[in-house]
Design a protein around this ligand. Structure first.
Ligand SMILES: [Zn+2]
Length: 115
């Protein structure tokens, strides 16, 4: 005979979500936790102007890691703030045209340290 048999401590394990015994529970597996993002005020973004083929210029933002930030969402914000197209390549955000001031301002508003 087990020590806690017949007492409230002898409950079989139950699912936390549906309350069924885990043996009969049909809940789907729990979704993975959201990625851990680093607060913007602990990151430094470097904004620079770079030249591309055929005399085009782009404003690039470097220094932000894809694992610490939702870079696609950030790129969307930058593009709509500048009214310009852009792309994301290997953690480098690129917006067409010279938008250094607007982008630096927006990044600072979000909380990033900007240089
Ligand atoms: Zn369940």
């Amino acid at each position: 005979m087990r020590l806690f048999a017949g007492t409230p401590w002898d409950q079989p394990p139950r699912c936390e979500r549906c309350g069924e015994l885990t043996e009969v529970c049909r809940c789907p597996p729990a979704p993975p936790p959201p990625p851990t993002l680093v607060p913007p005020n602990r990151q430094r973004a470097r904004v620079a102007l770079e030249k591309r083929a055929r005399g085009k210029v782009v404003t690039v933002v470097r220094g932000l890691a894809g694992t610490d930030n939702d870079l696609p969402a950030l790129l969307s914000r930058l593009k709509s703030a500048c009214g310009a197209g852009g792309s994301l390549q290997e953690n480098v955000l690129e917006v067409q045209g010279d938008h250094r001031e607007r982008i630096s301002q927006l990044l600072a508003e979000i909380g990033y340290r900007v240089s």
